[in-house]
Design a protein around this ligand. Structure first.
Ligand SMILES: *Cc1c(COP(=O)(O)O)cnc(C)c1O
Length: 376
């Protein structure tokens, strides 16, 4: 563990999280909250507790380790590990802690069965079959189903409780055809699995919950929308994501306020030069806090922070632990004042999608990265 160096602070709006959960669960009908990667940077345990409190009984994490952590902290609902059980330790953990691993290859199935026979020979091991219908990352394909069914028939200790696949383009209106094709392929797969005992079919991510009711099936897997990210931001379907509330707020203090004379530049490389007397605030945050150097001012800069409820544009380059903003819009700013980098209240609030657009990425990455900072 390195010594703490950040002055930046992350806070989580639990009511907003609950609101988004209710919205997704309400729309889809039966949602499983995706809380992988430390709940998209929002803090796994805190998020799990808030969601549990809101009535969420199913959660999906990435690794088996994350799932064990949830169990050990008292979460009694269904827990799914999206990355599956990778080795003996993982396989043993899923049998001991009642965790449902995604399983997308014969080798993984055989491994689970071997460990089950050793540790819990008299119990059935629940698992989720993962199918590839277009992502081409993990999962069985249609052609393997016949063999898969034969294997499962011979090994009744393995109990399929879920069949899942993942959509590649649900957030892209112009790629609707691909979504519908994946939907048809997955329906065909689920039909072919009919010889199995009843299981939950699960395909929709946040975007599909909002845009494709026909793909809601038995169970949905919302992630980014729970945290207030709109997967349709900047597209023709943007309004489908309206009503979500922002969950993550990020702040840092002002270190100093100073005035630049005309012709004076600020920060490394002298990329920004004052053309008139300009007051700037030096904010205690930079790329060491995962506030991207790509947010530096340049041609057509839009990147800004929020000071006393007003947008204040970034001037010059983002440094390791400092960034300068032009405080023309917030003239009463002084050292020690709080600056909002993400979130905030009112109509000037900075959404994760907007920050992501300045940053050249998506809200998911903004949340995961800024979320690694200390939480308030
Ligand atoms: C991350 C993830 C999700 C959630 O996707 P969002 O776009 O954040 O809603 C759903 N399913 C799988 C398999 C995932 O990895």
């Amino acid at each position: 563990m390195s010594i703490p160096y950040n002055l930046i602070r992350v806070s989580i709006d639990s009511d907003a999280l609950k609101h988004n959960w209710q919205m997704m669960h309400g729309k889809g009908g039966n949602a499983m909250a995706v809380v992988k990667a430390d709940a998209y940077g929002h803090g796994l345990l805190h998020v799990a507790r808030v969601l549990d409190d809101a009535g969420c009984r199913r959660m999906a994490v990435g690794t088996v380790q994350e799932a064990v952590y949830l169990r050990e902290n008292g979460f009694t609902g269904q827990i799914v590990a999206l990355l599956g059980a990778l080795d003996d330790t993982d396989c043993e953990a899923v049998t001991r802690h009642d965790i449902i691993p995604f399983c997308g290859s014969e080798a993984q199935l055989e491994h689970l069965e071997k460990v089950r026979r050793t540790f819990t020979p008299d119990e059935r091991l629940p698992l989720a079959l993962k199918f590839d219908t277009g992502m081409r990352r993990l999962g069985f394909n249609k052609g393997q189903i016949h063999k898969l069914l034969q294997y499962l028939e011979k090994h009744p200790g393995l109990q399929v409780v879920m069949a899942a696949s993942h959509l590649a383009t649900a957030d892209m209106p112009e790629q609707e055809d691909f979504v519908l094709q994946q939907g048809r392929d997955f329906a065909e797969i689920c039909n072919a699995l009919a010889p199995l005992a009843p299981f939950d079919s699960c395909l929709a991510n946040s975007a599909a919950i909002m845009a494709y009711p026909a793909l809601h099936l038995d169970l949905q897997r919302p992630g980014v929308a729970l945290y207030g990210g709109n997967p349709f931001y900047g597209t023709a379907w943007e309004e489908k994501g309206h009503g979500l509330k922002q969950v993550m707020h990020v702040e840092a203090p002002v270190l100093q306020v100073r005035e630049l004379a005309p012709g004076e530049s600020i920060s490394y490389g002298r990329t920004w030069v004052a053309d008139k007397p300009t007051r700037v605030a030096i904010v205690a945050t930079g790329y060491a806090d995962a506030y991207s150097r790509g947010l530096s001012s340049g041609k057509d800069t839009q990147s800004a922070m929020l000071l006393h409820g007003k947008r204040v544009p970034i001037v010059g380059r983002v440094c390791m632990q400092m960034t300068a903003v032009n405080i023309e819009n917030a003239p009463h700013t002084k050292a020690g004042d709080t600056v909002t980098l993400l979130g905030g209240r009112g109509k000037e609030a900075i959404s994760p999608d907007e920050l992501a657009s300045w940053w050249g990425t998506i809200s998911y990455e903004v949340m995961c990265l800024l979320g690694q900072n200390p939480r308030k």
